[in-house]
Design a protein around this ligand. Structure first.
Ligand code: AMP
Length: 281
């Protein structure tokens, strides 16, 4: 596994691989890797002849009061984990490499960034879209793998690729969970043992809603109320949003006809956790 820190070197490497007719798969991450990330990497390995994993904690997607400075970082551990997966390149640029003096561009995906996380994290998805567009131009992949855990992000990347004509196939990889159902996340390390137990309410809430739909409930208000009640029972949990919406437009829906997305963000201690589930009648 090569470690590349420079944009010019990354571009040269990709250009050479493409000239040989090889298909490059990109898996963007912010590090502090867990089984969820590794599952995306394995997916990438099946879809590309070469796999590049980027590791970059992107300051542009954190608001001033968010956890950029305290975000978990352990480069040595990540490097070892990735080395064992047999990827080809770990792209690990410095912040000044990605955002040099004078950097002045932002990409905005307007409608899809309005609801859910976008409503509570202004500027977040613009920061995500900007860095992902840069990574696409630097790594030049034919395929890129993103997790469904960050469902709104995945939809925004799909929109970005369509709107800006990136010739890249975007793959949404299913959410990887701990044995008890908690969605894996780098931010789970913020949880103390009691909070870790409390964090199960997210998955319980989704499962409860799924069960309501299975029993025939179609009314958004009833499903949201049922899901909300599961979170409210947990004293340590504070709901940031809980929304039933259209899986494509992310607009709230009142009645489930086809599939619906139930998405939620919950604060437990200093962790902000998100999760979601597609509900199908
Ligand atoms: P992050 O390092 O948290 O920015 O995540 C990097 C990529 O891994 C994103 O595409 C995430 O959606 C994805 N990811 C994070 N956690 C999970 C998980 N539990 N299951 C599947 N994908 C995940």
């Amino acid at each position: 596994m090569q470690i590349i820190e420079r944009i010019s070197e990354m571009q040269r490497w990709s250009e050479a691989e493409r000239r040989q007719g090889r298909r490059i798969a990109l898996v963007p991450t912010m590090g502090a890797l867990h089984e969820g990330h590794l599952s995306l990497v394995h997916d990438g390995k099946m879809r590309g002849d070469r796999v590049v994993v980027s590791l970059f904690v992107n300051p542009a997607q954190f608001a001033p009061k968010e956890d950029f400075a305290g975000y978990p970082r352990d480069f040595e551990r990540d490097r070892e984990l990735l080395n064992d997966t047999g990827i080809d390149v770990l792209f690990h640029p410095a912040v000044e490499e990605i955002y040099p003096e004078g950097f002045d561009t932002r990409i905005e995906i307007r409608e899809l960034s309005k609801p859910l996380c976008g409503a509570v994290r202004p500027g977040h998805f613009s920061g995500v879209a900007t860095v992902v567009a840069k990574l696409f131009n630097i790594v030049r992949p034919q395929v890129a793998v993103f997790g469904c855990k960050d469902y709104q992000q995945l939809q925004i990347i799909r929109r970005l690729v369509r709107d800006l004509n990136f010739d890249i196939e975007v793959i949404g990889h299913p959410t990887v969970r701990e044995a008890d159902g908690l969605a894996m996340s780098s931010r789970n390390t913020y949880l103390n043992p009691e909070e870790r137990k409390a964090a199960l309410c997210l998955y319980r809430s989704l499962r409860h809603a799924e069960e309501m739909v299975r029993r025939g409930e179609r009314h958004g208000a009833a499903i949201v109320a049922g899901a909300r009640a599961e979170i409210v029972r947990e004293a340590r949990a504070r709901i940031e949003y809980l929304s039933l919406c259209d899986p494509q437009s992310l607009k709230e829906i009142g009645l489930i006809e086809d599939a619906a997305l139930l998405a939620l963000a919950v604060r437990i201690g200093k962790a902000r956790l998100i999760d979601n589930m597609i509900l199908k009648p």
